[in-house]
Design a protein around this ligand. Structure first.
Ligand SMILES: [Zn+2]
Length: 389
């Protein structure tokens, strides 16, 4: 079976495009949003429920699976697809980001990175070759290189070193890859420095990767800076390769990034906000804890065809959350993932029909976004909580 990316249509007014990414476990239609199952589980949902939302590819995480239950165990049980009961495509992140965000005392050298487990404090050493070998053992369809993720406000010297190390590690990952069916994506770094982003993209574009991820963004910088970084970086990525913006997945960000040429998204946000009662609607994110929903005898989103909206009122959901019933978390997660699958499907159709610009403007005019300040506070709270584990 031939794997790889084929571009299907391109917007006349922006770099937005549609495509199909063929993998050993099926096709992925882009732009695509991938729900995240870091620990080989999309929190609270069965693989069938995830599939029923329309999701084609999910993301899992080498760092988490390496620490628990261990790569060898997953491999001995037939690989990640069989272990978690998901038959479709899986993308595995390498662990670069997790090492730096979950293990603040990580020590990095040109050889690799030493870090302490956030679970039991044990010491581990990850190398570029190691993470490729682990992902080959897991059997993921898209593997990611190990990268050096500098803080968005890191010094120029630190960010330059990270870019150079990320390029050298990417080359080592490419050499270490032996699988013919598993694709390998590189990761462009450079924090918020346009010259370094271009340097990173240009160096990596010389190597034969199956796809290009843009990492180290949406880590606390303002939105306009994130978009500026995409605008300077994307022209340096080969046109025929898929572009993946790592860790970004709110509805408005997906629309903005697609307009700049991004094909693949992943984020824990839709399921995390769902578990906190945050639900996406066409007019913005609502909070089910708001007392107005207690008596609403209509679904959260009248036009939504997800399992939750077809069967339950917002009032029932509000009751579940107020009673701390686990079903509430599941129904909210189903709705939010479905919302993003529905959004990306509309995006694909509008690009194919040449009306993406109108779709984008209409969506952004109606969708009420969370303020920049609130968003930053939420992100910092989460990062602080993570690093304190
Ligand atoms: Zn729904």
């Amino acid at each position: 079976m031939k794997t790889g990316f084929t571009m299907l249509s391109q917007s006349a007014s922006s770099p937005a495009r549609t495509g199909v990414l063929a993998t050993a476990h099926g096709e992925v239609h882009t732009p695509v949003f991938c729900p995240v199952g870091s620990q080989a589980s999309v929190k609270t949902l069965t693989p069938q429920e995830v599939r029923d939302t329309g999701a084609e590819m999910i993301l899992s995480n080498t760092y988490h699976l390496y620490l628990r239950p261990g790569i060898e165990l997953v491999e001995s049980m037939g690989g990640l697809h069989r272990f978690m009961g998901w038959e479709g495509p899986i993308l595995t992140d390498s662990g670069g980001f997790q090492v730096f965000s979950l293990s603040p005392l990580a020590k990095i050298t040109d050889e690799g990175v030493t870090f302490k487990s956030h679970i039991d404090g044990s010491s581990h050493f990850l190398t570029p070759e190691g993470v490729v070998s682990y992902q080959q053992s897991l059997g993921s369809d898209i593997m990611m290189v190990l990268d050096d993720v500098p803080p968005h406000d890191g010094s120029e010297a630190r960010v330059t070193a990270a870019v150079e190390r990320t390029s050298a590690w990417a080359e080592r990952c490419l050499k270490a890859r032996t699988s013919k069916t598993q694709q390998l994506f590189c990761i462009i770094q450079g924090a918020v420095n346009p010259e370094l982003r271009i340097k990173s993209a240009t160096e990596l574009a010389r190597l034969d990767f199956d796809g290009f991820a843009i990492g180290g963004l949406s880590l606390g910088e303002d939105k306009q800076t994130t978009w500026n970084m995409l605008d300077v970086t994307i022209p340096h990525i080969p046109l025929n390769k898929p572009r993946y913006l790592m860790g970004v997945g709110s509805p408005e960000d997906i629309v903005e990034a697609v307009a700049r040429g991004i094909d693949i998204f992943d984020s824990v946000l839709p399921t995390r906000v769902a578990r906190n009662g945050g639900l996406y609607t066409a007019s913005g994110r609502i909070n089910i804890h708001n007392s107005a929903f207690k008596t609403q005898d209509r679904p959260i989103e009248e036009k939504c065809s997800c399992y939750t909206c077809r069967n339950f009122s917002a009032g029932y959901l509000a009751h579940l959350f107020r009673s701390s019933e686990l079903l509430g978390l599941r129904l909210a997660s189903i709705h939010n993932i479905y919302f993003l699958q529905s959004l990306t499907r509309c995006i694909r159709e509008s690009i194919a029909n040449g009306i993406f610009e109108g779709f984008k403007n209409e969506f952004l005019a109606i969708y009420r976004t969370v303020s920049e300040e609130t968003r930053k506070q939420q992100k910092q709270k989460w990062l602080a909580k993570k690093s304190g584990l």
